[in-house]
Design a protein around this ligand. Structure first.
Ligand SMILES: [Zn+2]
Length: 194
């Protein structure tokens, strides 16, 4: 799927988490901003195994690097698109965030970690709706999809992604906001320290 679909899906999942998780802690504004950025990065992170990923396209020699990293990670939709890959990334991210914590003392790194992981999980979920499927259970080399019958799944970049998946996500966001308006309003006013 395209990066913008993944970014919207990541934000949708994050919104869902804000609504579902009870008793969210009070957050600093720095945490909220960093968490949102982390969420968006998490949403596209698995596609670093793809030489044409936007992540690589923006770098001058990104094409070469992208291909190298892609090869190292086993080609598109391999380790970064699996549960074991998520656990590995989650572990490395924990170490990284603990390392930068002293530089950013006002950022609650546990929230940032969750926001990134939610973004990453949403990526695997979204890719599962495509014809290619996702090797969730690597090293078991089977790609899973929703629904299991390939014919009913989405082809990346085709009209089903642009005119069904993307608008559907927008509708979900609008519906979530509308249905939980008061709770979200309270969350913004009570849980965020300015
Ligand atoms: Zn992907």
């Amino acid at each position: 799927m395209k990066a913008r679909t993944h970014d919207l899906a990541a934000a949708t999942a994050l919104l869902g988490a804000v609504i579902i998780v009870p008793d969210l802690p009070t957050m600093t504004l720095a945490t909220v901003v960093t968490a949102f950025i982390a969420n968006q990065l998490g949403g596209i992170a698995p596609d670093i195994d793809q030489p044409t990923a936007p992540f690589w396209r923006n770098l001058p020699i990104g094409g070469i690097f992208g291909r190298m990293v892609g090869k190292m990670l086993g080609g598109h939709r391999f380790i970064t698109h699996s549960i074991i890959g998520m656990v590995l990334v989650g572990f490395l991210l924990k170490l990284f965030l603990a390392f930068v914590q002293p530089i950013l003392p006002s950022v609650q790194m546990d929230i940032v970690w969750w926001a990134f992981m939610i973004g990453m999980a949403s990526h695997l979920m979204m890719d599962s709706f495509t014809k290619e499927g996702v090797p969730w259970l690597l090293p078991i080399p089977v790609k899973f999809g929703i629904p299991p019958v390939k014919h009913f799944r989405i082809t990346t970049g085709k009209w089903t992604e642009n005119f069904v998946a993307f608008p559907l996500l927008l509708i979900i966001v609008a519906a979530l906001v509308a249905a939980n308006y008061t709770d979200l309003w309270l969350f913004l006013h009570q849980n965020i320290v300015r």
